[in-house]
Ligand binder design. Structure first.
Ligand code: SF4
Ligand code: SF4
Length: 132
């Protein structure tokens, strides 16, 4: 039987998401966050604004959120180290379901981590400078 790595068992535990810096909240080449009409309506109710206003303020094109320069979702809180989604209660279905009861591909892939971890550390340094 194939031996599971330490990251494999960790990645299968959804609880880990609470302590993760949100690797999956960065848009990488080839990755997409697909936002449906029902998600837009939930977010509109969360902010008490119209669906059209959500599209205008937060969407890049028709189906995904705008991102910052470093590729992070505009709703990813820069200063928190855990529980970083600013619209956690109203987040899109894809964000709720990911990684679909499978091992988290971000924790499984050194290649992903190498790309995103640098961005997270850069953001963390910026936050420390702002606080000092
Ligand atoms: S799905 Fe993976 S990358 Fe996303 S928050 Fe959970 S552990 Fe982190
Ligand atoms: S909506 Fe929240 S969970 Fe989804 S990508 Fe943005 S910050 Fe991450």
């Amino acid at each position: 039987m194939k031996k599971k790595s330490a990251t494999y068992s960790l990645a299968r535990n959804k609880e880990f998401c609470n302590f993760c810096p949100g690797y999956c909240c960065y848009r990488l080449e080839g990755a997409s966050l697909y936002i449906m009409a029902v998600d837009i309506n939930r977010i509109a109710r969360h902010f008490n604004i119209a669906d059209g206003e959500v599209r205008k303020r937060f969407l890049d094109g028709k189906y995904t959120f705008k991102t910052r320069e470093d590729g992070s979702c505009i709703f990813l809180h820069g200063d928190r180290r855990c529980k970083r989604c600013l619209i956690h209660e109203a987040r899109p279905k894809q964000c709720r379901d990911f990684p679909y009861d499978k091992p988290c591909p971000y924790l499984e892939s050194e290649q992903f981590l190498e790309v995103i971890q640098k961005r997270i550390e850069k953001q963390a340094k910026l936050s420390i400078v702002e606080l000092s």
